[in-house]
Design a protein around this ligand. Structure first.
Ligand code: URA
Length: 435
């Protein structure tokens, strides 16, 4: 078999057999097939697509390209959640402790941010002392002891995705439905949980730009997961504007803490309650959505979800004083308001531009080696549907960068807002649930 023949076969729109996909994935992981040929294959898939059978084979071969976790020693139904990426998405930090406080076993392996999207691991690392590098044994012990752990994926899990995702990121091939489905599901399946909730984001801050694409991706992933006996469900969520008000690592952790006290922004609370209620059904803890939602509201109100977050931070070596007194998080030296130039209603708030700007203010990385400024980011004041008066702050830039960056980003962020005279309704964040 030759890789070039498989690339040509896909380029001509034909389906690859399991043996052919195995030749490609195994050869790539062993270093026998070079990046340039895999780039060409990914581009051919982006244009030609894959059949369902091809995606299932690709997912399975990627999942087994390295070690897989066996969580069977853990008690209860193990649940996991995965977002396809967004701006201001701190959902796991809130939803994880909420469902765990209701009795679910929340065992999550998370990733880092790249490009305009943030990553849960970077957010967690803004808590001084907290470690996300935890061995498999310690991960299992922590989940057994307190019911929750959110840690980094080990090097040995799904090496095929690690190599391929980095390659896709620099070859314009991230936005392929079969490749995203195989990438997400291979990691979720290798992580060994019984149930998976997928948050498929859609809009200009997400990889899926419209609801049809997002639905197709969600249905495909749900089918792959259920076909492999994991209860897999998906929520489609709005990522045309950032989630919540905070964008940037420490800023988002502070917002997650507020949300665990029940004081988070409306859209973040809605996503956590709706997604959490689905997870409690998956964990057989709630009989239905309404019961799940009531349980979640109770653990937020009585403080047990927040207490569990404190326990998790402590178990992973973090300084809990920052969680108990979030004002301890260091603020950026420069906090600059962006003011509305006219009266009206916010019609659009471009999530992609806000995400990219937050990165340039120091809050994200362009390459994997860049060091993040944990205090940097953007605090939104106004979001879509809000009324604003000329001269009122739309948001605040938080940065330690110099005047050139500040001048540039002031303009970018001001332009990310579109204001209209007509009334604009607030959008719903959860657009559909697929099960
Ligand atoms: N998230 C992933 O894990 N993989 C993708 O391909 C896209 C988003």
């Amino acid at each position: 078999m030759r890789m070039v023949d498989l690339i040509i076969k896909k380029r001509e729109g034909h389906a690859l057999s399991r043996e052919e996909i195995a030749f490609w994935i195994n050869g790539y992981v062993k270093g026998e097939i070079p990046d340039y040929q895999v780039s060409a294959m990914n581009m051919a898939i982006l244009f030609r697509g894959m059949t369902e059978e091809e995606v299932i084979n690709l997912t399975d071969l990627m999942e087994h390209s390295g070690e897989t976790l066996d969580l069977s020693v853990l008690r209860g139904v193990k649940v996991d959640k995965h977002s396809t990426g967004g701006v201001g998405d701190k959902t796991s930090l809130v939803l994880g402790p909420m469902v765990a406080a209701c009795g679910a076993t929340f065992a999550k392996l998370s990733g880092r941010g790249l490009g305009h999207t943030g990553g849960t691991l970077d957010k967690l690392e803004s808590i001084p002392g907290l470690s996300i590098q935890v061995s498999g044994d310690r991960f299992i012990k922590q989940v057994n002891d307190i019911g929750i752990a959110i840690v980094g994926q080990t090097q040995s899990l799904v090496p095929a995705d690690k190599k391929m995702y980095a390659l896709r990121d620099v070859t314009g091939t991230v936005e392929s439905i079969p490749l995203i489905a195989a990438s997400v599901m291979s990691k979720k399946l290798a992580a060994g949980t019984d149930a998976i909730l997928l948050d498929v984001t859609l809009g200009n801050g997400a990889f899926m730009k419209d609801i049809d694409q997002a639905r197709t991706l969600a249905k495909l992933m749900v089918k792959i997961g259920n076909g492999l006996k994991r209860d897999t469900r998906a929520v489609l969520s709005n990522m045309n504007e950032p989630l919540g008000l905070a964008v940037g690592n420490a800023l988002e952790v502070k917002e997650a803490i507020a949300a665990l006290h029940g004081n988070g922004p409306e859209d973040l609370m809605e996503l956590c309650y709706e997604g959490g209620a689905v997870m409690l059904e998956q964990a057989h803890i709630a009989k239905n959505y309404e019961e799940g939602k009531a349980m979640l509201e109770k653990v937020v109100k009585d403080g047990s979800a927040f207490d569990l977050f404190v326990k998790m931070v402590k178990a992973q070596g973090g300084d809990v004083e920052y969680i108990l007194h979030p004002e301890k998080f260091e603020l950026a030296k420069k906090i600059i308001p962006i003011l509305a130039k006219e009266d009206g209603y916010i019609k659009e708030l471009d999530a992609l531009e806000i995400g990219l700007s937050s990165c340039r203010l120091g809050g994200g990385r362009e390459t994997l080696d860049d060091v993040i400024d944990m205090s940097a980011g953007i605090m939104l004041v106004k979001k879509v549907g809000d009324q604003v008066k000329k001269g009122e702050p739309l948001c605040y830039l938080h940065t330690n960068k110099g005047i050139d960056v500040i001048n540039q980003e002031t303009e970018v962020v001001a332009n990310a807002y579109k204001i209209t005279k007509e009334f604009v309704a607030k959008p719903k964040v959860v657009m559909e649930i697929i099960q």
